[in-house]
Design a protein around this ligand. Structure first.
Ligand SMILES: CC(C)(COP(=O)(O)OP(=O)(O)OC[C@H]1O[C@@H](n2cnc3c(N)ncnc32)[C@H](O)[C@@H]1OP(=O)(O)O)[C@@H](O)C(=O)NCCC(=O)NCCS
Length: 233
């Protein structure tokens, strides 16, 4: 089976993308355990009300932003910066023949009509502000060098090989979004534990580490993060 090409669309509550986001997020945990990265996310998103609410809010805010800022262009900038309530959640999907639906997703998709099915395989959320926990490295927004911030990126590991590359493809969309806004900077953050493997993934995607930060989790535990940055040539 040839790798299907990815299609991209905004994530919306109307399409129940919040439920799929949480299922896909759960699906990353066995993979993280398999590479020794259990400490990246020490919870099961579907069983954590805060995570489920967070996903719902990310997509609800994206719906509101899509109505308010339907076109990404320099016209929506305020003093050269993206408006602080601008955000965009994306889903990457593939259209495949029903016989190619991976076993882990058969129950979900085989009852639909037709010979082909479109299944979501990757997700991304962009915002106009950096999260509070990165504040030692990056301001909320930067009037001299404004940025778009990547707050969420994952692939649905139930989709197996169909999802591989969708994260990278979404990062290309993120860079295009930066350019459409007339900006030149994409920032994000990730876990830097387990020998900075994930930092290395982002580096390979052109998002270079610009500073480390620690988020205290308990008296003797911190979540080790790194802020990353891509700049348009
Ligand atoms: C990171 C991610 C979005 C990249 O998607 P992609 O561009 O389609 O690339 P792939 O999924 O094929 O992963 C490519 C490589 O990145 C590395 N990688 C991916 N996630 C990683 C992680 N959490 N930690 C360390 N390395 C990771 C691996 O080397 C992987 O190769 P492998 O699949 O042979 O192990 C996706 O792998 C993913 O969802 N990972 C788990 C969740 C995650 O860490 N999200 C990012 C949060 S900041």
């Amino acid at each position: 089976m040839a790798q299907a090409s990815f299609k991209f669309r905004p994530a919306t509550l109307a399409a129940n993308d919040d439920s799929w986001f949480v299922e896909a997020w759960d699906s990353t945990l066995p993979y993280l355990a398999s590479i020794g990265s259990t400490s990246q996310w020490r919870y099961i998103p579907s069983q954590l009300p805060g995570a489920v609410d967070k996903v719902k809010k990310l997509i609800a805010d994206s719906d509101i932003s899509a109505a308010k800022y339907p076109v990404s262009s320099p016209d929506i900038l305020k003093n050269g910066q993206p408006p602080l309530d601008w955000t965009k959640a994306y889903v990457a999907s593939v259209e495949i023949s029903k016989e190619d639906v991976p076993n882990a997703l058969r129950d979900k998709y085989l009852s639909t009509e037709g010979d082909t099915v479109t299944i979501p395989v990757g997700a991304m959320v962009l915002q106009a502000t950096s999260p509070q926990y990165t504040r030692t490295v990056i301001p909320e927004q930067d009037e001299r060098e404004p940025f778009v911030y990547l707050v969420f990126l994952m692939t649905d590991h139930r989709a197996g090989g169909l999802a591989k590359g969708s994260g990278s493809a979404l990062l290309t969309i993120a860079k295009q979004e930066v350019t459409k806004l007339g900006l030149a900077r994409l920032c994000g953050d990730c876990w830097r534990g387990n020998g900075r493997k994930l930092v290395g993934y982002y580096d390979g995607q052109g998002l270079k580490a610009i500073g480390d930060f620690d988020v205290p989790k308990s008296e003797d535990e911190v979540w080790e993060g790194a802020v990353t940055e891509w700049r348009a040539a």
